[in-house]
Design a protein around this ligand. Structure first.
Ligand SMILES: [Zn+2]
Length: 307
């Protein structure tokens, strides 16, 4: 009995610790999740955790838009410490080695009304994140910052929110995909966030940024009851629940990552990756399938890999 009681105390202690720190630190990658094939039940509190696994804690603590300030530069501003310069150039050249990479890079580089800052940092080393959005008074996105980890070429994100990046998980058939390709796919994912935010409604985005923490605070304090009238009202104002908002944003990021892989690989290997992506989407993202199908069907030639 003594052992059983000790075990119970230990389990309760672990549960309390998890409740106290609902967000796991970044760096937990698909290598730890790869064998989990059962569908994951996504709840409001698990959503940020699975997202922050890759994006880091800043993904769940987005700040309200900063006031627009005058800039003396536009285009792409790269802030890369000297010690990371060589590897960053490899990753960037890999991204620019595709049509989609060149087009998207040039569209920001040559835009006099937009500043895209790219930062390389030792924080969240295998992940990336996009934020510090700024809008003009007319609601046009004018600035964003993409922050990339200094080991972007390592660590494959989980398949739940990142089905495209996860398709690069090394196996016997894909062991030859280089780290620089993984890094470039992550860059494409982050560009996808900027592209999407630029197309979206600025007021709604800022409202969501403001209300998501409120929603999560209530959810964590009300016995995790999503039917709480306060939560229903917040979701109505945001246009969706926080889980739905996270899903929508991440799958747009992944859509852009898929465009990169489409352009990066020839038919056979692309087909292998696309079939892996399809498997993850069937398991975790069925409601968002259409945006991925559209890309699978946009290949100019070759098989569409079951899509
Ligand atoms: Zn993302």
């Amino acid at each position: 009995m003594g052992q059983v009681r000790w075990l119970s105390v230990a389990v309760i202690s672990i549960l309390l610790t998890l409740l106290a720190f609902p967000f796991f630190p970044a760096g937990r990658t698909a290598s730890q999740l790869e064998r989990e094939t059962a569908p994951v039940v996504i709840t409001p509190e698990s959503s940020p955790r699975l997202v922050t696994d890759y994006h880091g804690v800043s993904a769940s603590s987005a700040k309200p838009a900063e006031n627009l300030h005058l800039r003396n530069s536009s285009g792409i501003q790269e802030q890369v410490p000297e010690k990371y310069a060589a590897r960053y150039q490899h990753w960037k050249q890999e991204f620019l080695g595709t049509d989609i990479g060149r087009q998207q890079w040039a569209s920001y580089q040559n835009n006099p009304d937009f500043t895209l800052t790219v930062v390389i940092t030792g924080d969240n080393p295998e992940g990336g994140t996009t934020g510090h959005y700024e809008w003009s008074a007319k609601g046009k996105l004018v600035a964003a910052t993409i922050t990339l980890g200094c080991r972007l070429d390592e660590g494959v994100p989980n398949p739940v929110y990142f089905p495209v990046m996860n398709s690069l998980l090394p196996t016997e058939t894909t062991h030859n995909v280089g780290g620089e390709t993984l890094a470039a796919t992550k860059i494409a994912h982050e560009f996808g966030h900027v592209n999407r935010t630029a197309k979206g409604d600025a007021v709604l985005y800022q409202l969501q940024t403001q209300l998501i923490p409120q929603y999560n605070r209530i959810f964590l304090s009300n016995g995790r009851d999503a039917r709480d009238p306060r939560l229903i009202e917040l979701a109505r104002r945001m246009g969706a629940t926080p889980v739905e908002i996270w899903e929508d944003r991440e799958y747009w990021g992944e859509t852009n990552a898929m465009l990169y892989l489409r352009d990066r690989f020839a038919d056979d290997f692309r087909c292998l990756l696309f079939s892996r992506i399809k498997r993850s989407i069937d398991l975790y993202a069925k409601d968002y399938e259409e945006r991925f199908v559209n890309i699978a069907q946009s290949t100019s030639s070759g098989p569409r890999c079951g899509w």
